[in-house]
Design a protein around this ligand. Sequence first.
Ligand code: ZN
Ligand code: MN
Length: 146
Amino acid sequence: MDELEAKIEKYVNILRENDIRMTSQRYAILKNLAEGNKHPTTNEIYEDLKDDFPNMSVATVYNNLNFFMEAGIVNELPFGDGPSRFDLTDTQHYHIICNHCGKVIDFNYPGLDEVEKVVESMTHFKVDGHSFKVTGLCEDCQKLNL
Ligand code: ZN
Ligand code: MN
């Protein structure tokens, strides 16, 4: 079993624990999310899979993403004005977003958990999370000489 299969297997088990039955379509959507850190939109998943699943619609993809979110294995990424992008909840990580093409790339930066503790002691809030995103122009878009 390679790394991708192991990752998918982990999510299949979580879905099973949530009584969400595995279908070949559902597996394909999960696999699409798991491979390559794409943070796809509903439409992008549909475009990738429609040839393999002629009966699938954008609504099917959307419904499955909702099941995944209810089971806690997928997050809807809260940025941009465009269509939502979806991300597996495998590791705690941050995102950098391209202002031009909307591409979303993961990066790890461990220092920020400390911020929660500092803010908590400064404000006496009970902190339950934070969000942080970095924006810019991706390498591909820089080549367009915008
Ligand atoms: Zn870009
Ligand atoms: Mn991500």
